[in-house]
Design a protein around this ligand. Sequence first.
Ligand SMILES: [Zn+2]
Length: 332
Amino acid sequence: MQHQIKPLPERSSRVGFATNPLDRLSEKREDAPFIESLRLDRTARSVAIVSDRPILKRADGGLDPYFTIDEIARLGAARETALLGRLPGGPVFATLLDDSAVEVVEADDGSFLDRRSISMPGRADLAFIDMRSIATQGLVTPEFVGILGQAKSLLFWHARHRFCPNCGAPTRVAAAGWRRECDACKAQHFPRTDPVVIMLAIDGERCLLGRQRRFIKGMYSCLAGFLEAGETIEDAVRREIHEEAGIGVGRVGYIASQPWPFPSSLMLGCLGEAISTEIVIDTSELEDARWFSREETQLLLTGHHPNALACPPPMAIAHHIIRAWALEGATP
Ligand SMILES: [Zn+2]
């Protein structure tokens, strides 16, 4: 008798921005004639970003992130282009438009939400929707969420690295958009990905969740913070939980990761075993933090909490870290 054992799908594959079907062609980026042939390919498409927002075409009641190379040229001056990769249907580029192509009306209510209003004169057929709304509201397919996240991270890096950090001279794009080079001092610069640890401290049958002032009402989530130079993931998890909530943590276990294009992070999701239980909140980071029983945590996940408390939606890795412990039996 044969036993077929199927591995569980990776938890990282369930989060927003993780689904990306592109063959990145990373080994072909130095082949300039090949890259040019892709650019001239009639099946070539590009996504477009302006002022860190994707540009979407309103089409058939939906939103389409793809432009032909000719359509892109008509949108306005391109600051940078990069090859994201290739699908069976053709190559996919990313184009960063100059901010002068759009009109931006600033509005910030202090929440995580990007409330700017962006428009392009004479182009009511285009929508300029912030990446967080696109991902949380499912405005495009998960594949497009992943591709747009890749484009946003990469193009943001280009927008902020026009000058050499070493000598201050202008830099230029190389390797199909995956490197910048300085002709003055010969330094090479590569796109950044900034690691962030995001974690759930576990004390037996309860877990530690906190809320920041900017969270929507009733929302509790995992604690999180940037990994620092010279630090392991485990050390960063222990340091951040202790700094923000005063809880000591021993063993740390990895759960999943999530590309997070705000602007260019990788979230590293972990569980940590609490070795102390008295919470001391850093009020500059958190408005509240407390222990939640496994049963109460399950109500957060299912949206049935009696006091209308909630945890982040399935797009966010925090949801899957909490779920891994509360419902799937994961341990640090
Ligand atoms: Zn330089």
